[in-house]
Design a protein around this ligand. Structure first.
Ligand SMILES: *Cc1c(COP(=O)(O)O)cnc(C)c1O
Length: 390
């Protein structure tokens, strides 16, 4: 008999009833160190006092009015995202896939209003993940996720992630935009090679295309910058954000420069819930912390501690870790045993992680963890390595 909750996930046999900082407490009393952050969502861990205070305050005042009215919380959040990025303007929605759908529409409509309706094709990458709607599934790489759901939308051409020559060769008079993750998350924490993002920008400028980055997983301080593109020497035209933006409250955003956003005039795009008062209260509270001086240095310091610790474990248990990659606290440990077995074993040692493509175990803790938490996680990883890394 089918379960009351539609069985779209193979769930672990674990239910949590309380969270505090990077810890989750299960119904059976066990305490887990959460280095998965609800898939890179709980930017500040669980029940962060500032988020609790700000959301509690907002819950008693106003939840939702719709986007038919002025929304000061959205304006404040938009201004802060703009002040800290390339963007000139922001559209708020509810999830990563929804932000990416808005981005796909913006790329196409930009070309349409610029007198190039024929430039309606978008270059996308191998190994990419952009969400589960029909459009974002088509932009994504996984054939498995599309199987049986056709017909799919048209208009995407795929190139090998990281290969600039292939990208340039794939450009036709119909190519109007490029969508990439600066670091591929679900694909297995794959970083773009040195100079790739700058080369993408150059090609886009040469051929009249827009560049959109999917920063749903890489954004909001996860890599040690507010957005991962800020490690490069270029600026995109559009980025999508979600996951960490609300610290656990659902909110997505599409950030764009004025040129790209000229595609959207009133009535061209919308959402009922997007950026409501509760969601923007949560996201503004997240930014209160993430934008504090020294916050990003802390992310990078914790990252170094984890990477150094993993290198020690790799030497001690040669059968366990193949490679450590990523930036900031978006780290991937490619393991020799099956990643799902490693994730399950780590769970036995009360450490939560998330699997990704290419046999990678994602280590994506809350950004405000301390050295004590890192040490505790490394003990669990060492124990799992001893058990599995024969
Ligand atoms: C998670 C993710 C998405 C999808 O976000 P949802 O909120 O699940 O729709 C899109 N792109 C990237 C890079 C992601 O990591």
């Amino acid at each position: 008999m089918i379960t009351p909750v539609m069985p779209t996930y193979a769930r672990a046999d674990l239910a949590f009833e309380k969270g505090e900082g990077p810890y989750l407490y299960a119904q059976d009393g066990r305490r887990f160190l959460d280095f998965g952050s609800g898939i890179a969502v709980n930017t500040l861990g669980h029940s962060h006092p500032h988020l609790v205070a700000k959301l509690t305050e907002q819950v008693g005042k106003l939840w939702h009015t719709s986007n038919l009215y002025q929304m000061p919380g959205q304006e404040k959040l938009a201004k802060r995202l703009i002040e800290n990025s390339f963007a000139d303007t922001v559209f708020f929605c509810n999830s990563g896939a929804e932000a990416n759908e808005a981005g796909i529409k913006m790329l196409r409509r930009y070309q349409y209003v610029s007198g190039h309706p024929e430039k309606n094709r978008i270059l996308v990458a191998t190994n990419a993940f952009h969400g589960r709607t029909l459009g974002t599934l088509t932009a994504g790489y996984s054939e498995k996720y599309r199987e049986g759901f056709g017909p799919m939308p048209d208009g995407f051409d795929r190139v090998a992630f990281g290969n600039l020559n292939e990208l340039r060769n794939a450009i036709t008079p119909n190519t109007g935009g490029i969508i990439l993750e600066p670091i591929q998350g679900e694909g297995g924490i794959c970083c773009a090679p040195e100079g790739y993002l700058e080369g993408v920008r150059k090609a886009a400028d040469e051929f009249g295309m827009l560049v959109m980055f999917d920063e749903v997983q890489t954004g909001i301080g996860r890599t040690g910058k507010l957005f991962a593109y800020q490690w490069s020497d270029m600026e995109p035209d559009i980025i999508s954000s979600a996951k960490g933006l609300g610290g656990g409250f659902p909110i997505g955003a599409l950030l764009a420069n004025e040129k790209a956003a000229a595609a959207f005039t009133p009535g061209m795009h919308g959402t009922t819930f997007g950026g409501n008062q509760l969601a923007t209260a949560a996201a503004n509270a997240v930014l209160d912390e993430v934008l504090k001086p020294g916050f990003m240095d802390h992310v990078l310091e914790m990252s170094r501690l984890i990477v150094d610790g993993l290198e020690v474990i790799a030497r001690k248990h040669p059968g366990f870790i193949e490679e450590v990659r990523g930036m900031g606290l978006l780290l991937g440990m490619k393991t020799k045993p099956a990643n799902v077995d490693v994730v399950a074993k780590l769970r036995e040692f009360n450490l939560l992680t998330v699997p990704a493509g290419d046999n990678v175990v994602r280590i994506i803790p809350p950004l405000n963890i301390t050295k004590t938490h890192v040490d505790e996680a490394l003990v669990a990883i060492d124990a799992a390595a001893a058990a599995l890394g024969k």
